[in-house]
Design a protein around this ligand. Sequence first.
Ligand code: PMV
Length: 328
Amino acid sequence: MTIATAHARPNIALIKYWGKRDEVLMLPQTGSLSMTLDILPTTTTVELTPAHEADTFILGGTTASQVETERVTRFLDLVRELAGSTTRATVRSRNEAPTAAGMASSAAGFAALAAAASAAYGLELDSRALSRLARRGSGSAARSVIDGFAVWHAGVDDETSFAEAVEAPPMRLVSVAVNAPRKKVSSRDAMRHTALTSPFHSAWVDSTARDLEEMQAACRAQDFTRIGELTESNALRMHAVTQSAQPAIRYLLPESIAVFNAVQELREGGLEAYATADAGPHVFVLTQPEDASAVSDALASLGEVRIAGPGLGVRIEGQGMSTQESGR
Ligand code: PMV
């Protein structure tokens, strides 16, 4: 195969990854746990172009910037190394999610790129190897390889840091896209800056490791209330640690805080809902399936709302099965 297309979707972490142990291998300081969404897909086609001297990256129909193209080339270099190839490629990618706005488009983007590129270069990777490869593009992409709920093990090296599926009770995430400008600090730079300058960073790492243990226990016990409490408090701690960096990084806007406040009021009124947000101003609200419409209606005045369920991990077009199902 010299051309392959893959589809991947964003994931939202219920226990967040914020800090790297190794920036080259993209090893996180702690594990994390997420839900892959069934909305906002990215479709990526990789076509080998032996006559070309450089890679080409077309994002949303337009030639991408030099910085974006270099990031794709660095990733393709990893795939080429694995495949023993020097052939350049053209990558065409379309995101339904707004790029760089805390909607996890990089997770879907690198999961799709990892799958399409490895297929185009003739690699046969199983789910674990694909998750490890996607991780090198964007850490959180390791989790978008997986269907539904995924735990990304921090691991101790390249081999042991990958995501795999976990059982969890039925849940929905209501996405509340607030009216906000493009984010200014990439999560990569912000993580490094937080680790270097926040006096609270080590407390964040220690408490997140504990949160992840508790979250996995709550998922096994199908304890939605505990899952929700851990989700919201872990997200607020992540935002607290970014705000404690010097200078501070603040992703949450007044519009985002309004959603957190409204969610607390919903809970006080007896509707179980819990808020989380990634490195951007948009908020995702965890609910049980039977409450999703009521939660979405209650938050509709605060942003553009959409209900997401657990979605599929990455898929290669034309191959009915995912790599994890086929056991390759
Ligand atoms: O994978 P990155 O570099 O886009 O970082 C993701 C960071 C968060 O979205 C804020 C948290 C997470 O675990 O997804």
